[in-house]
Ligand binder design. Structure first.
Ligand code: 5AD
Ligand code: SF4
Length: 443
């Protein structure tokens, strides 16, 4: 038992990055490692990185530095660093110099090669393998761990949009869709192994299948996934507002298991900033989509991503962003200070905004959104919601937790047997962060 080799995986960044980390962990398991959270006793540590903002990079660099102590204590420990940060043009050399204690460096395009890299490293050499370009879409990525209630499924890789602040297209390459039959096969297999909720992942799922001849529509893919019997719920992220089709909104309205939640990154509420961000929509267009969603799917929740302090953002531009928060009524907003990413057009734009101003705007934005979220939760009191029960609550293990179809977290008292199934909860209390529900009683 104690001779088991242990792998600990640390992952940073978005769900796509998390999914990559699962693939690397699964490959390690196939190579004989067992998964663990115990860094001190690990035989292999995988750090799957993110480079979307400088703050993420700094945190990861700190962690990589800390691991030197473990490597000094246990020279047999192998440390692998993978993902977006390593994939940045010119980054590898800089990273290798800074962290010579790392055994394996690998990028975003060659995950499937990881077992080979582990073997080369076991044979004693330092390994660095980064493909500059993705090859054909790799279909045979190992499935995530079995028996999980929820799973993320990649439906496409890469991004063609080149928003002027964003590093993603530079590290994940152009859009490549996975074949619908491969996706369906993967989801059927997950469902057969106990998975009840899948989230379909892509940087812009609305352009899924546009690279096929003839093209294949994302809404049609959703309809097919909706037919898989054991599944209870289907989610998807992310939708670029410029590509959200009427057909998709109608499909969500008519689907059985398709959750009524749209993650629609706004980024800014000002047309001039949207234009220099290269977002390719206006605030008016964005609002017209929101109106369509509200019309066809009145119970839908909307969430968003917003950046404050983009170069050239004036107080008026920022006010327009705040105004959008009050017009759209998001259930949640992920808010960020603009971070310069070298190699992107925005990094060299004039009128970079000072850190002080960015901080002030972020605080203000968060407080306006918090008020919106609070009101939205208050309006839920007394109403019934379908919740997929995920397990014990992290903050109070005596209670259970789950999410509404709109992806809002609810805690409640209930028997363990309901874990993994759908229940109807009446909302009885709305705190700042949590909703409390009670099980509907059938008399
Ligand atoms: N600075 C700040 N936020 C960024 N994002 C992407 N690039 C940057 C950047 N350079 C945010 C966007 C995106 C989310 C995943 O991260 O809001 O939607
Ligand atoms: Fe980045 Fe824009 Fe692509 Fe999203 S759509 S990944 S923000 S370039």
């Amino acid at each position: 038992m104690n001779n088991e080799k242990k792998v600990v995986t640390l992952t940073y960044g978005c769900q796509m990055s998390e999914r990559d980390a699962e693939t690397l962990t699964e490959i390690s398991r196939q190579e004989g490692y067992v998964t663990s959270n115990d860094l001190e006793n690990a035989d292999l540590i995988i750090i799957n990185t993110c480079c979307v903002r400088e703050s993420a990079e700094n945190k990861i660099l700190g962690k990589i530095g800390d691991l030197k102590k473990l490597k000094d204590k246990n020279p047999n420990l192998k440390i692998a660093v993978s993902g977006c940060m390593v994939q940045q043009p010119g980054a590898l050399e800089r990273l290798q110099k800074r962290a010579p204690h790392i055994d394996i460096w690998t990028g975003t395009h060659n995950l499937h090669e990881f077992s080979g890299l582990l073997h080369r490293s076991a044979a004693g050499s330092k390994v660095a393998e980064i493909w500059q370009e993705p090859q054909e879409t790799i279909e045979s990525t190992p499935l995530a761990e079995k028996g999980k209630l929820q799973a993320n499924v990649n439906i496409m890789y890469g991004c063609n949009n080149f928003c002027s602040y964003c590093i993603v297209p530079h590290v994940r390459g152009r859009e490549r869709s996975r074949k619908p039959e491969e996706i369906i096969e993967e989801i059927k297999s997950l469902a057969a192994n106990g998975c009840r909720e899948v989230t379909l992942l892509g940087q812009n799922v609305n352009s899924y299948g546009k690279d096929f001849d003839p093209p294949f529509d994302f809404a049609d893919l959703l309809r097919e996934v909706d037919q898989i019997p054991e599944l209870l719920r289907i989610r998807f992220i992310t939708s670029h507002p410029k590509d959200l089709s009427d057909k998709l909104i109608q499909t969500i309205a008519s689907g059985k298991k398709l959750c009524e939640h749209f993650h629609l990154p706004l980024q800014s509420g000002s047309n001039s900033i949207l234009s220099s961000m290269n977002r390719q929509y206006t605030r008016e267009y964005y609002l017209s989509i929101v109106e369509k969603i509200r019309d066809l799917v009145p119970q839908a929740t909307l969430t968003t991503d917003i950046i404050v302090g983009f170069p050239g953002e004036t107080e008026e531009d920022f006010e327009q962003t705040l105004e959008m928060i009050n017009l759209v009524h998001y259930s949640q907003a992920f808010t960020f200070m603009y971070s310069k990413r070298s190699g992107t057009p925005a990094a060299t734009m004039n009128d970079q905004i000072s850190l002080d101003v960015k901080k002030r705007r972020l605080q203000k934005l968060m407080s306006v959104q918090n008020e919106e979220s609070h009101q939205l939760r208050q309006r839920m009191i007394g109403k019934f919601y379908e919740v997929l029960v995920e397990g014990p609550s992290k903050t109070n293990p005596n209670r259970l937790t789950g999410r509404t179809r709109g992806n809002i977290l609810v805690v409640f008292n209930g028997p363990q047997e309901v874990i993994g199934s759908l229940v109807s909860l009446r909302i009885i209390e709305a705190g700042s962060w949590t909703l409390v529900g009670e099980l509907e009683t059938t008399e």
